[in-house]
Design a protein around this ligand. Structure first.
Ligand SMILES: N[C@@H](CCC(=O)N[C@@H](CS)C(=O)NCC(=O)O)C(=O)O
Length: 233
């Protein structure tokens, strides 16, 4: 069956599906859409108008968690644990990962300094929760090896590379296990290859042009460092 991952270049939910496909050595095409101008063919296969969609031959599967579950049921190696209760626990932490993505969106869109600080605190509290469930020895979410929760958090941690470059470090100072996990994911081939080489620059521009507190701070830092806002774009 021909597999096509309908994608947007910055979408973290697309990345998790791409990571699962890569972990299974699946051959697939990508088809990119402009979410600011959704084409009719895309709305036909995506009832909520969102990426990702996985086209499996003529059939369309939408919602990233559903796509990942479908891939895990149909392609080896299995990324989910065998035990049903353990599998349920992993699904719950995948959902936790989606919630962290929402908070990341609220962080980079925060309109003012107090809400930016509040979202930072919220993210750090989420990472403290993760710290309590990660294995001491790393490198992945579970001792049995790379799994679905890892596929979800690869794209989560990638945002912090951009935040650090824009002058917002310090999210992981109190969470050493999360730091190890983040570094392991950053080196995993499937995670690296889930985005294009242009991704860091595209994300940086997106964040700078957001009109948010983060955009203003990052722009001001760049200007102080001697560049103009134009030169950092
Ligand atoms: N729950 C969805 C979320 C997907 C999602 O939010 N995709 C965003 C891009 S990252 C999107 O397509 N947004 C377009 C829109 O909402 O109009 C999933 O897990 O697949």
């Amino acid at each position: 069956m021909r597999l096509t991952l309908v994608s947007h270049s910055l979408c973290p939910y697309v990345q998790r599906a791409a990571i699962v496909l890569a972990e299974k050595d699946a051959i697939f095409d990508r088809r990119y859409v402009d979410l600011a101008d959704k084409p009719a063919w895309f709305l036909d296969v995506s009832p909520l108008g969102k990426t990702p969609v996985l086209l499996v031959g003529e059939q369309a599967v939408f919602e990233s968690a559903v796509i990942c579950e479908y891939l895990d049921e149909s392609l080896l190696p299995r990324l989910h644990p065998q035990d049903a209760l353990e599998r349920a626990r992993h699904r719950a932490w995948m959902e936790f990962g989606s919630s962290v993505l929402h908070t990341i969106g609220a962080f980079y869109s925060a309109p003012d300094a107090p809400s930016l600080a509040a979202r930072r605190d919220e993210l750090q509290a989420r990472f403290a929760q993760l710290e309590n469930v990660l294995p001491a020895a790393g490198p992945w979410f579970a001792a049995q090896g790379f799994g679905m929760v890892d596929a979800v958090f690869g794209p989560v941690f990638r945002y912090f590379d951009a935040f650090e470059q824009l002058g917002e470090p310090g999210f992981f100072e109190a969470t050493p296990r999360v730091r190890v996990w983040r570094a392991s994911l950053a080196g995993r081939a499937s995670v690296v290859q889930a985005v294009s080489p242009e991704f860091p620059e595209l994300l940086r521009r997106f964040l700078l042009e957001r009109g948010s507190e983060l955009s203003r701070r990052a722009g001001a830092r760049r200007r102080q460092a001697g560049g103009t806002l134009e030169s950092v774009k």
